[in-house]
Design a protein around this ligand. Structure first.
Ligand code: SF4
Length: 347
C-alpha cells in the first residue's frame, strides 16, 4: 500500500518499517564517527540477554593505547571533548529513546576506550550520567567499559552510592597467554595488572563482563585456537571464582580490523584463516554446560571486511548464524552485524 505525505507518494508501511528497523533496530549500522560533538558515535536500545539495555558509545577523546588488533581509536577525536558536550550526547540519546525510558533496565556506558580514563572521558560527566540513573527505577545495573588499570575502589564506591545500582565492569581480557597479550596483540596489560583490577572489582562488590578473543594470532591453527580460548575462559573463571566475582564471558571470534598492525601481520601470514564459527559455537556450548555464562560477539563493528571474519570460512552460513544467536544470544534478539556491540567498544 502506498503512503502519501505532503502530496508525495512514499513507501507503504511494510517497506517503511523495514527501513526503520534496518536503520534503528538491531541491524543499525555502526563504525562511523559522530557528526558533531553533541552526538555519540552510536547508541541502541536493545534486548540484551533478557534485559532492556540502553547502550551508548560516547564520542570523546580517543583511547591513548594502540593495541595492534584494534581500529576503534582511529575514528575518535584527537581533541578533548568536555563534560558539557558529553552530557549533551547523553541527553540527545535520552530524548531519542524517551518513549521507552520507563522500561530501561540497564545502562551501558562506553567510549571506545576506558570511561575511567579521565584524560579521555570527563570525570564529572561520568558521575552525572551514572547518578542520573537513580531516577529510572527499573534500571538495576550500570555497565562501564574500561581497562582495569583505571578503576579504583573509592571511585566505584562513589558511583555505586550515587546511583544505587549494581555496577558491572566491562573489559577486554583477550587471552591468558602473555606472549599473545604483549607481542601479538600489543595489549600493554600484563596479567598481574588484570588480576589487580579483579581485586578492585571484587572489593567494590561489582560484576565483570569480559571479552575473550577466539584465535588472537593470525598464525594459529583452528585446533590451537580452540585450546587457547578454552584456557583463557578457564583462567577468567578461576580468578573470578576465587574472588567471588559474578562474571560473563563474551567470546569474540577475532576479526581482522583494517589498517591495524594485526591486519598487516595477517596479510604476511600465508596460513592465516579467520576463526571457524562452528568451533566458536562448540566451545561456547562446552563452557555453557560447565555453568559459565557465555555469549558470542558476532559483530565486526563495521571495521572489517567479510573476508577478515568468520564469514569467509567454509562452514559459514546464515543457518549457522541463527544457531549461534538462538543458542547463545537468543534473548538479545541480536543481528550478527550490529546489535551486540555493547561488549565490544574497545578496552
Ligand atoms: S583495545 Fe581498548 S585499550 Fe586497546 S586500543 Fe582498542 S580501545 Fe584502546
Amino acid at each position: 500500500m502506498l503512503n502519501v505525505q505532503n502530496g508525495t507518494v512514499t513507501m507503504g508501511p511494510t517497506d517503511s518499517i523495514r527501513e526503520l528497523y534496518r536503520q534503528f533496530g538491531p541491524p543499525k549500522p555502526m563504525g562511523t564517527s559522530a557528526p558533531v560533538k553533541t552526538q555519540p558515535h552510536f547508541f541502541l536500545h536493545r534486548n540484551f540477554l533478557g534485559e532492556q539495555d540502553l547502550a551508548i558509545l560516547f564520542n570523546t577523546k580517543r583511547c591513548a593505547y594502540q593495541c595492534k588488533f584494534c581500529a576503534l581509536p582511529f575514528k575518535s577525536s584527537h581533541e578533548w571533548v568536555d563534560a558539557e558536550h558529553v552530557l549533551a550526547q547523553f541527553l540527545y540519546v535520552i530524548h531519542e529513546v524517551k518513549h521507552s525510558i520507563g522500561v530501561l533496565e540497564r545502562l551501558t556506558v562506553a567510549n571506545e576506550g576506558s570511561v575511567f580514563d579521565e584524560t579521555t572521558f570527563p570525570r564529572e560527566a561520568l558521575t552525572q550520567i551514572v547518578e542520573s540513573t537513580r531516577v529510572l527505577p527499573r534500571i538495576r545495573k550500570v555497565v562501564l567499559e574500561t581497562r582495569l588499570e583505571f578503576i579504583r575502589k573509592e571511585r566505584l564506591a562513589e558511583l555505586g552510592t550515587a546511583c544505587g545500582k549494581k555496577l558491572d565492569i566491562l573489559t577486554g581480557f583477550e587471552t591468558q597467554d602473555p606472549h599473545l597479550r604483549d607481542v601479538v596483540l600489543g595489549k600493554r596489560e600484563p596479567l598481574s595488572a588484570f588480576l589487580k583490577g579483579l581485586d578492585i572489582v571484587a572489593s567494590a562488590g561489582a560484576e565483570l563482563t569480559t571479552y575473550v578473543l577466539f584465535k588472537p594470532a593470525p598464525t594459529m591453527t583452528d585446533e590451537d585456537a580452540i585450546a587457547e580460548a578454552e584456557l583463557s575462559i578457564d583462567y577468567v573463571a578461576r580468578e573470578c571464582g576465587q574472588r567471588e566475582i559474578p562474571f560473563s564471558i563474551r567470546l569474540n571470534p577475532m576479526y581482522n580490523a583494517q589498517g591495524t598492525p594485526w591486519h598487516a601481520e595477517a596479510l604476511r601470514s600465508p596460513s592465516y584463516r579467520p576463526p571457524r564459527l562452528t568451533d566458536v559455537i562448540q566451545l561456547a556450548e562446552k563452557k555453557k554446560r560447565e555453568g559459565i555464562r557465555v555469549y558470542l560477539g558476532l559483530t565486526s563493528e563495521g571495521l572489517a571486511k567479510d573476508m577478515g571474519t568468520y564469514r569467509a570460512r567454509e562452514d559459514f552460513s546464515s543457518d549457522l548464524i541463527k544457531i549461534a544467536i538462538t543458542r547463545f544470544n537468543s534473548q538479545t534478539q541480536l543481528k550478527a552485524r550490529a546489535a551486540d556491540y555493547g561488549a565490544s567498544f574497545g578496552a
